[in-house]
Design a protein around this ligand. Sequence first.
Ligand SMILES: [Zn+2]
Length: 677
Amino acid sequence: MKKTFFLLTSIASLFFHCKTEPKTAPKPKLDVVVANIDSSVQPADDFFAFANGGWLKRNPIPASESNWGIGSIVQEDILEKVKKISKNAAAAQNPQGSNAQKIGDFWTTGMDSMGIQKAGLTPLKPELDKINAVKNIQDILNIVAQWHTANIETLFNVGVYQDLKNSDQYALYLSQGGLGLPDRDYYFGAKNDSIRAQYEKHIALILKLAGDSATLAPQHAASILKLETRLAKESRRLEALRDPQKNYNKLTIKGLQALTPTMVWSDLFKKMNLSADTVIVGQPEFFKAVETVLKNTPLEDWKNYLRWQLLMQLSDRLPNAFEEADFNFFDKVLSGKKAMKPRWKRVLAAQEKVLGDALGQLFVKNCFNDTAKQRYLTMTDNVMAAFAERIKSSEWMSAATKTKALQKLSKVVKKVGYPDKWKDFSTMTIDKSSYVGNTLNAGKWWYQYEISKLGKPVDRTEWDMTPQTYNAYYNPSNNEIVLPAAIFLIPGYQDTEIDDAVAYGYGGASTIGHEITHGFDDEGRQFDEKGNLKSWWTAIDEAQFKSKAQNLVHQFNDYVAVDTIHVRGEACLGENIADLGGVVLGFEAFKKTEQFHKNETIVGYTPEQRYFMGYALGWMTQARPEKLKMQIMTDVHAPAFLRVNGPFSNVLEFYNAFKVQPNHKMYRQGKDRVVIW
Ligand SMILES: [Zn+2]
């Protein structure tokens, strides 16, 4: 193992430089925020366009992408590095079972397009044979159960997470699933007619590629769409899925059995390697619907549904024709992409899901040093201190609830940069035999990794995101914020080149403040300091909070995201509370820095102004209209421009910094400005 480690670190030291070294004499660097400005726009009319418009005009969305921005540039840089690592690992002699062997073999099978082409559907033959041999509905359910153990989630979803009401224990969760389209709403309404028609055609094409006749394929596709529509009908909408109480229904196995008499859960759980006395069912009505659909749908339709689900979920590991068809519907029709990404990027995206932690160990070595880690740890402390002050001086919250809120805040766990302990992939089987085989083996490993937690003590040190991910999260069960290293990177600049004003906007507000506020948004506030779903609010404070939150719902409902489609304020509420909190807390924390007190301008902008520009930099991204439409259907985040202009319109310090007057487009009357935290 030591040798592997040496090999990996030596590769890493060769290729993991976070910033490209200039080959010729460096040009004087442009200022990190001023460089992106569109000076034809008034900051008080559309701050997002002012701060980012110049860059966005110079950097149109590439054909292979549905959106493009600062996060894409960070990820592109990382991809180039991971490509070199993967290529080197594939060319080297690695000890069997080492991370390098797995990275190398996964890459080799993924890049072998000739081999994939030649193999056709052979790697899936055992699964397709099983479907052909189905004699009754129990056979269908057995296949569903067995596929779950390879992470092919069909008919419903299964998972093991901390019990929302007892964070010291893991629990088994069952939830709605089984659809091919990205959300249940696509199955209904005239506005989605065209997408549904194209989806049906796409299913038929895939089935034809898999051997169905030209006559049967469209008939099968129609029956599959009908089946999925019945499941969709009893699936909850995005807004409804955000209520933790209503999506928590703890049942005994007997209680679960009563919902779905046809599904013998004791038997299915055995096939899924699960052993549990209770299960938390997210949406009981969905499982009731599954029961009805199981009883009333011809067996042939089920067999076709299973074939479709298998081929759809693995299409990007199959021959070209499957992958292209999949691209043409899911990427082109749904998200507006014009061309497929090169193969190596598609393989690396798959590899990230399978072996992300192994790559992360290499990534952080040269990209996030101790100085940077310390800077963001201190910044986190400052943001938390600012939050404590805001709670104490809150005008609407009672002393009793304030005490509880401060207690919860003081218990927030900070995970910054990368985990102390990496996942151990030694028991995962990855070899040179086939891309599909590696995918299924990795799926089995990941399924086993997750479900083996049942009954064990909760591991609160775990990370659910790799350090090379341009993202962050708050986990209510651990009352923790998790901030991967990549989210603090600004392409083209070393961390030491970023002034505090920009860093507090970019990292302190849009990431740290945002994530901490999630612990106190409409969902997070329902969890206590130990991570349990348990109210700590007085009735009056709760009512006050809800009324303030409702104002934010109204504010965002009024915004148009694309064409005539409005933002869904209720679905985005948690994110919008977090954005607003992030802007306020980041600014309060920034006020403690030397730069704020010195108040010197840089390239013509005051520290306050640079703070808001730094925040906007975090959202410097643009999306195709198709992608925006999909976002409204499937995502709880508002479009990027509204994540800047929306919260800023409520913040007095922004009005002061950019002299916002009643005649400006971002102006909201004092009484309409939402203040929560
Ligand atoms: Zn968020």
